[in-house]
Write a protein that binds this ligand. Structure first.
Ligand SMILES: Cc1cc2nc3c(=O)[nH]c(=O)nc-3n(C[C@H](O)[C@H](O)[C@H](O)COP(=O)(O)O)c2cc1C
Length: 197
């Protein structure tokens, strides 16, 4: 697979089985996150790795968080969350070590973490693993973040479910880049993607 084939064939999946990356593989995969553009070299990436018997413990904290932030969530949704967090081969909580006082704007710090996460997803795919980035209202729960070691001003950017894909991941239809690109010649551009009527 060429590097371009690799990038163009990645697809998120939550149909994941064992094995998850070994500690050595994970170190290399996470090293790719630290190649993300990082204005001011603030190094805002933080990764909390949950595996094995710690997963049910996390799942209970997730359910407790839902009770705080989504008190009206139906029982089926709560059980689905509990089951996913308890059984995914590996979960990585994506932490953002934010510095609100710094001259680099917060949004740039957050984008740095996002860029790192994209590198992780690509590195997982390149090494035969897979995953998906998930979030939800609980990402904004300060109690859950604190329980994970991400107390404010740090924040959660979501979770990665990580493992070995079961079968070939379903690839959603991908957008045509021409619809999202325009050449600027001195006047405001318009995009094909916005001219659907
Ligand atoms: C910050 C962020 C949060 C996301 N949260 C969820 C989520 O909670 N549930 C979900 O199904 N997809 C979520 N997604 C989308 C998936 O990660 C994924 O991009 C989507 O399933 C499309 O798959 P693709 O990456 O192959 O295009 C999220 C994406 C981002 C960037």
């Amino acid at each position: 697979m060429t590097p371009m084939d690799m990038l163009l064939s990645r697809a998120s999946t939550d149909r994941l089985k064992e094995p998850a990356p070994s500690p050595a593989q994970l170190t290399e995969i996470l090293a790719t996150a630290m190649r993300a553009p990082d204005h001011g070299r603030l190094q805002p990436w933080r990764y909390v790795v949950i595996e094995g018997e710690d997963r049910p413990l996390l799942a209970e904290r997730i359910v407790a968080s839902m009770a705080r932030v989504e008190p009206d969530a139906p029982a089926a949704k709560i059980e689905k969350r509990r089951s996913r967090f308890a059984t995914m081969p590996m979960i990585i909580a994506l932490g953002m070590h934010l510095r609100p006082e710094h001259k680099i704007p917060l949004w740039e710090q957050e984008m740095c973490v996002a860029a790192g996460t994209m590198n992780i997803l690509n590195a997982l795919h390149a090494t035969g693993f897979g995953g998906v980035w998930v979030s939800g209202a609980l990402v904004d729960d300060p109690v859950l973040a604190t329980e994970l070691g991400l107390a404010a001003p740090a924040k959660l950017a979501g979770f990665l479910f990580v493992g070995t894909p079961e079968g070939v991941p379903h690839t959603p239809k991908r957008a045509d880049p021409a619809l999202f690109t325009a050449r600027w010649h001195g006047q405001p551009v318009t995009f094909g993607a916005d001219n659907k009527d």
